[in-house]
Design a protein. Structure first.
Lengths: 116, 108
């Protein structure tokens, strides 16, 4: 019974490169959430997606960041032209099809992005 | 989502009950109280949630006051592996809004 999977677990990029973070939700879950945790800070919501739709992107930086959750395959968080301030742990969570406030979100182990 | 207030840190002896308080005085009627924990930079782990009634599962119990303005998470027999940051979250929408949480240190 696989939980949320994220890869890579660790990613090192130089300034200006692109970072792609992948998230495979729990089997049967069609709701995905991305959170970011900067060093020594709490987790911050970034974006909420359902299959092929972005539902809430209120936490996403306006530039360089994008997310998708295609009909087939994992959800992708893409960061273009990374800067040192993007260094953080990025966590993905998923919830069952119904979503909503009564369903808990299950988190993956995270991807730790380091920008050099 | 309503704001929550938690103590910065707490200590608990191994084998004893850990009682973690949370204040959420501005909670509204349709908002749930959720508890998560994060062990040493791992992904947050769901513990329990409730609306009005007290809840219990294999991990913990959640006691919500009658006016719903505060709650307590109870770990009945804390072990060293329960050392973590515990987050109390009042949730009214799809996203989780994490505060600073309580650092629980279980000591032998």
């Amino acid at each position: 019974n696989a939980g949320v999977m994220q890869n890579p677990r660790h990613l090192v990029r130089r300034r200006g490169q692109e970072a792609r973070l992948r998230c495979s939700p729990v089997k049967g879950h069609s709701h995905v959430y991305w959170y970011r945790q900067l060093p020594e800070e709490g987790l911050k919501f970034m974006v909420y997606l359902q299959k092929e739709n972005i539902i809430d992107e209120s936490g996403m930086p306006k530039e360089r960041f994008s997310a998708e959750f295609p009909k087939e395959g994992p959800s992708i968080l893409r960061i273009q032209q990374v800067v040192r301030g993007d260094s953080a742990a990025y966590f993905c969570a998923s919830s069952p099809s119904a979503g909503g406030t009564t369903y808990e979100q299950y988190f993956g182990p995270g991807t730790r992005l380091t920008v050099t | 989502d309503a704001k929550t207030t938690q103590p910065t840190s707490m200590d608990c002896a191994e084998g004893r009950a850990a009682n973690l308080p949370c204040n959420h005085s501005t909670i509204s009627g349709n908002e749930y109280v959720y508890w998560y924990r994060q062990i040493h930079s791992q992904g947050p782990q769901y513990i329990i949630h409730g609306l009005k009634n007290n809840e219990t599962n294999e991990m913990a119990s959640l006691i919500i006051t009658e006016d719903r303005k505060s709650s307590t998470l109870i770990l009945p027999h804390a072990t060293l592996r329960d050392t973590a940051v515990y987050y109390c979250i009042v949730r009214g929408g799809n996203k989780l809004v994490f505060g600073a949480g309580t650092i629980l240190r279980v000591k032998s």
